[in-house]
Each structure stands twice: as structure tokens, then as C-alpha cells.
Design a protein around this ligand. Structure first.
Ligand code: PLP
Length: 563
């Protein structure tokens, strides 16, 4: 499968024509960030080439042109979400900054001991941690709304959580793991009944739903441009004007003031009061192009297409016998979270990556949700209107292969290791030398086959004895749990044992240990790990999180030998 169906919409996204690890890119990580259409990429460059100037300040033509484009993007956002006025649209860096702004500006000056902030179990960390911080600063407390079987906020007992002490209810419109539209109108209704404010985190909803803040009647609505085909580093805080007017500035500096003297400073009007300093002008202007691009699309057509992708992908995933969805029933947007028992989430993601498929695995910045659902993490496929049925077929084919096949085929497959735990006296780990690793990788030319070798190494590593898996031996910075312990003999020679829940990390550990095991501290220090990885062609291919994992392992080894 090399070419995926080229709809007109898809053709606008140049990156989708690229190849990753020797395969046509299948980008199923749209909930993390969407790809950008050519008009957005070009607008960004055009701004710097033709109208770069600061906004609102200088009295020259370039500044006037930049200001006009910058403010016209604000108008587009106003009409996108049906706000009352442009003053209600505040530019921020993204959903995260928008929530922090409300927490610090409104929350810190309003909340009192005994006041309650209501969140839900499915919130992204961005809609939890800012509230925890402000709760600590003010003495307020946090209450958490439970979820129903389908993963949506349960409305049966809202009044049990939202009451007289509630000052604000902050919930996601759609969770980035569950993919179902929350009953936010009902949540807002109950909050209003108790005179509590509402903040809706629309980071996942904005690319898929028509959002009307007047109809919702929420007090704040936040989202990020990069999840709706716009650039990174730009986001929106919508707030009702009366509220924003009363809130103090969040950050201080240029742009947000009216007058400054050492005796007294007065603040600018909305929206500038909340936009201190030179903003991300290019980002805002390019976001304006993304919005214009969306305005030009047949919205209903895109929604119908996304719905068709959702039903198709859900039914295809359901045909994988061992696959377990995190919640019951199909999602409302093409976002699917599941586990494949018997396979580590990161192993699946790494295997898909080796054939050009981008998905996300882990806790998805929703650790409390993972605990609530009693899973360590999950695999998430998130699609956009530029994805195709053929891409879904390709992913399903790969998932079926992965859940059915047992990796075989390198010299290591012939090693028969008993199923016991490694100990420092067991020589298996040390059997591999750097030369063995080089020769394995010399034969593995493509990233697919390198990935297979890593997985095979992972599979053949002896597990570490349970008693050695302690908080002390845990490798900090590895996304999957990984442990490393060392032993040193009288001659100053180190032996290492390592383990991880993920085969891919176990494989990487085997590669690293081949370079350091049975050596003295001086020999380990002298070994150039960066060169080794680059010679093996690994670092340039490893995903950022796994690249960090490798660095974390090397760091832990260095710590152990200098202790
Ligand atoms: N809220 C939700 C539901 C999200 O999915 C995300 C990002 O994934 C955020 C908030 C944070 O968005 P950003 O990183 O763009 O600020």
C-alpha cells in the first residue's frame, strides 16, 4: 500500500505525501497535533517575507498591514465560535496557557478557603494541574466528576458534586482519550443553577464540532490552533466580556498597559489587557489562514466523512479479537483508545512506526483517567478528515499481524534461554558484544528490519529479578517503566542488569549494555555512545520520547558508575 486516496482535502497537506521509515506516512496522531495545509505554511513565510512588523505600535505601513491581518484573525475566531465581540477573544500560546490564565487571574483573586473547583476524571493534565496550583494558593478544594460506562461525564448525580460551594466547573468538551462529546450543556446548566462559572476545554472538540459559545452559555472556552490545522504556539481564551473586564492582568509588560508611571500604572482594554509583550504575530496570521481554509470547506461534508471514518475504523478495530477498547461503544469523533493485552503499548506504537504509521501510546497526559480506568496506558489512533479508509485498512492489517505473529529470525532466535530471572552470575546479557550488535545492524538495512532486531533483542533479554525492580533502580525519564542495577567486582569491572515492561526498551537496553557491560568505569566513560547509536542508525530514527529514554538509560549508567 503506497498511495492513499487523494481527496481534494488531503491534497492540501504536503506532509501527507512524505515517506517515513521507507513507507508512505500514515498520520493517525491528529489529537496531538494536526498537519498543516499548504496555505498555512505559505502564509507563515509570506508574513516574514512581506509584512514582518510589530503590531499595534508603529505608525508605518508594514505595522498597519501586520496589525490588520492579526486583528482579522481575531474576527474569524469570533465568528467561528459565535462570540459576542472580538474583545472576548484573547490570544494565548494554547489551551494550556488559556486555562492557566483563568486559574491565576480569576481563580487566584477570587477563590477562598472552602470554595470548590469541579473537574472530571477525564481531564487532560492541562485542565487539572493549573487548578491544583491555584487551589493550593487559595485554600480551595477540588471535586472530581465521575464518568459513565461510555466514558462521558455521568450526569445522573451532577448535583452531588456541583453545589453551593462550587465556584467554577472546568471540563473537557471531548476528552483526548475517550473521544466522546461530554454532556456539557447539562453540566453548564447545573453550574449556573449554583452561580458557578464554567470553563470548557475545547482542545479536542474544536476541529470536529461546530462550537457556539452563546448557545452553550459557558463563561470560558479554550482551544489551540495547532489541533485545527493552524500553527503551534497559538491558542484562544474566549471569556464573557463582563468577566474578563473584572479580571486582573495575567502577565504584565508592554501592550497590556494604558499609562505607566512609577507611581501608578493603568491597564489597557480588552483584549490587550491579557496580551502582554510582542505576541506570536506570524502564528496568529497563519492561524487566520487556517480558519479561512476551514471556512472554504464543505463543513457538513467533512463531518459526514469523519463520521464514516469513525464507524469504519471502530468496526475494523472491533474485529481484532484481543483488542480491548478503554470504554464501551463507538466514539463520536475518529479517536480510538485501546490496549492489546499481551503487548506493551509502546511496542505496538514502535512497530507501527517502523512501517510509517504515527500513533500515540502512553498515558496521553491523563494519568488520573488511566488510574480511574485501571490501565497503565493505552494506544490511541486519532484521525482527521484527510485520512482514508485505505489507511485504516493498512493499520488494521499491521495490528492483526502484530497480534498474531511471533518474531523469529536472527541469530538470537536460536538462543534458548530458560525462563528464569537474570542474575549477575548469569552470562546471557554479556554474551552480546558491540561487534555482535554492529553485525546484526549491518544486515538490517531498512528501519523495519532494524526495528525487528531491536524487538528480538528485547524478547530475548532475561527478565530482571522482581526484588531488583525498586524505585532506586527505576530509570527516570523513560516513558515506559525501566530498571537498571549494577555490580562491581574487586577489579573495578561493572556488570549490569536491566529490564523494562516494553520490549522495544528491553531491546535498546541490550544494545546499550553490550557497550558497557564487563568494563571498568574508565572504559565506559571512554566509549562514545552517541557515535555508537549514530553508526547503528538508531538515534535519528527513534521517536523523541524513545530518544529521551535512551539518554535516560545512559544517564543512569553514568550515575551508577560515579556513585
Ligand atoms: N486539553 C486537551 C483535551 C488536550 O487534548 C490538550 C492537548 O493535547 C490540551 C488540553 C493542551 O493543549 P496545548 O498543549 O495545545 O496547550
Amino acid at each position: 500500500m503506497e498511495k492513499f486516496s487523494d481527496t481534494h482535502f488531503r491534497q492540501q497537506f504536503p506532509i501527507l505525501k512524505s515517506r517515513v521509515n521507507g513507507h508512505a506516512l500514515v498520520y493517525f496522531d491528529n489529537a496531538a497535533t494536526t498537519q498543516k495545509p499548504a496555505c498555512v505554511i505559505e502564509r507563515y513565510q509570506e508574513y516574514y517575507q512581506q509584512s514582518n512588523a510589530n503590531v499595534h505600535r508603529a505608525s508605518h505601513a508594514l505595522s498597519a498591514s501586520a496589525t490588520a491581518d492579526y486583528e482579522s484573525a481575531r474576527k474569524r475566531v469570533k465568528s467561528l465560535i459565535n462570540a459576542n465581540a472580538e474583545e472576548e477573544i484573547i490570544w494565548t500560546k494554547g489551551s494550556t496557557e488559556s486555562i492557566n490564565l483563568v486559574a491565576q487571574s480569576w481563580g487566584r483573586t477570587t477563590l477562598q478557603p472552602g470554595d470548590e473547583i469541579v473537574l472530571s476524571y477525564s481531564e487532560h493534565h492541562a485542565n487539572i494541574v493549573p487548578w491544583q496550583i491555584v487551589a493550593k494558593q487559595t485554600g480551595a478544594t477540588i471535586k472530581v466528576l465521575p464518568l459513565g460506562k461510555t466514558g462521558q461525564i455521568a450526569i445522573a448525580d451532577l448535583e452531588g458534586y456541583i453545589g453551593e460551594r462550587t465556584r467554577i466547573v472546568c471540563v473537557g468538551h471531548i476528552s483526548n482519550v475517550i473521544g466522546r462529546v461530554n454532556p456539557i450543556k447539562e453540566v453548564i446548566r447545573v453550574a449556573k443553577k449554583h452561580q458557578a462559572l464554567t470553563l470548557i476545554d475545547g482542545a479536542q472538540a474544536i476541529a470536529h464540532l461546530k462550537v457556539d459559545v452563546k448557545d452553550l452559555d459557558c463563561d470560558f472556552y479554550v482551544f489551540s490552533a495547532h489541533k485545527m490545522y493552524g500553527p503551534t504556539g497559538i491558542g484562544v481564551l474566549y471569556g464573557k466580556r463582563a468577566l474578563l473586564d473584572k479580571m486582573p492582568p495575567y502577565q504584565a509588560g508592554g501592550e497590556m498597559i494604558k499609562t505607566v508611571s512609577f507611581e501608578q500604572t493603568t491597564f489597557n482594554q480588552l483584549p490587550h489587557k491579557f496580551e502582554a509583550g510582542t505576541p506570536n504575530i506570524a502564528g496568529v496570521i497563519a492561524f487566520g489562514s487556517a480558519l479561512e481554509f476551514l471556512e472554504q470547506q464543505d463543513h457538513l461534508g467533512l463531518v459526514a466523512y469523519e463520521n464514516a471514518l469513525t464507524s469504519y475504523c471502530f468496526s475494523e478495530l472491533s474485529s481484532i479479537p484481543t483488542l480491548k477498547f478503554l470504554v464501551d461503544e463507538a466514539p463520536d469523533i475518529p479517536l480510538f483508545s485501546f490496549t492489546l493485552p499481551g503487548h506493551h503499548n509502546h511496542d505496538i506504537a514502535a512497530a507501527l512506526d517502523s512501517v510509517g504509521i504515527a500513533v500515540r501510546a502512553g498515558h496521553h497526559c491523563t494519568m488520573p483517567l488511566m488510574q480511574y480506568l485501571n490501565v497503565a496506558g493505552c494506544i490511541r489512533l486519532s484521525l482527521s478528515a484527510y485520512n482514508s479508509v485505505q489507511e485504516i485498512d493498512f493499520v488494521i492489517e499491521q495490528l492483526k499481524k502484530l497480534t498474531q505473529t511471533v518474531i523469529t529470525g536472527s541469530k538470537l532466535a536460536s538462543l534458548s534461554l530458560d525462563n528464569k530471572a537474570a542474575s549477575f552470575s548469569s552470562p546471557e546479557i554479556a554474551r552480546l558484544t558491540v561487534d555482535d550488535i554492529y553485525s546484526m545492524f549491518a544486515k538490517a538495512k531498512s528501519w523495519d528490519s532494524k526495528h525487528r532486531e531491536i524487538m528480538l533483542l528485547g524478547k530475548k533479554q532475561l527478565p530482571m529479578a522482581v526484588e531488583n525492580k525498586t524505585p532506586l533502580s527505576l530509570i527516570a525519564g523513560c516513558e515506559s517503566h525501566a530498571w537498571l542495577v549494577s555490580d562491581i567486582n574487586a577489579a573495578g569491572v561493572y556488570r549490569f542488569q536491566a529490564d523494562s515492561e516494553a520490549k522495544v526498551i528491553r531491546g535498546l537496553l541490550a544494545i546499550i549494555l553490550a557497550a558497557v557491560d564487563n568494563k571498568t568505569a574508565a572504559e565506559i566513560h571512554a566509549f562514545d555512545m552517541n557515535n555508537y547509536f549514530s553508526d547503528l542508525g538508531l538515534l535519528q530514527h527513534l521517536s523523541p520520547s524513545r530518544g529521551n529514554g535512551v539518554r535516560a538509560i545512559v544517564h543512569k549508567i553514568q550515575q551508577l558508575i560515579t556513585e
